[in-house]
Design a protein around this ligand. Structure first.
Ligand code: ZN
Ligand code: ZN
Length: 134
């Protein structure tokens, strides 16, 4: 099976994910805005076993999540791109930054989180089946 590969901006940190993601979401929260530098993040969850290869050096950053758990981000120490992270409340799952796949054909998000923080010009009307969560 040929997996998708997510890579940081400089290319030294790479993860390979097999199969289709369990969940693809966008998040408008302010922490995601700060992490990405973009008005929202786009995130794909994979079972940990589906992430078959992690190559390169990473550093991690842990912050408190809203649900009381923690989220630990793994990023490239050279270029700073965050590639994948783990949520203490969702064990056995890796989340991967969709932009790191650099694949415009990546499956569209099915879930939108933190709509209250959405930049008002972001129009999600092209995704009629999108599930909206607080
Ligand atoms: Zn890098
Ligand atoms: Zn967020």
């Amino acid at each position: 099976m040929t997996g998708r590969q997510a890579s940081c901006a400089c290319g030294q940190l790479r993860v390979t994910c097999e199969g289709e993601p369990l969940r693809v979401s966008i998040c408008h929260c302010l922490d995601c805005q700060r992490r990405t530098g973009a008005p929202f993040s786009m995130n794909a969850r994979f079972a940990r076993e589906a992430v078959t290869r992690i190559e390169g050096v990473s550093r991690s950053f842990t912050r408190q999540g809203d649900s009381g758990g923690t989220v630990t981000f793994n990023f490239c120490p050279h270029c700073g791109s965050t590639i994948y992270w783990e949520l203490s409340g969702v064990p056995g799952v890796f989340a991967v930054a969709v932009g790191a796949f650099a694949d415009p054909k990546f499956p569209a998000p099915r879930v939108s989180v933190y709509g209250i923080r959405r930049h008002r010009w972001v129009d999600l009307g092209g995704l009629p089946d999108l599930e909206h969560l607080d």
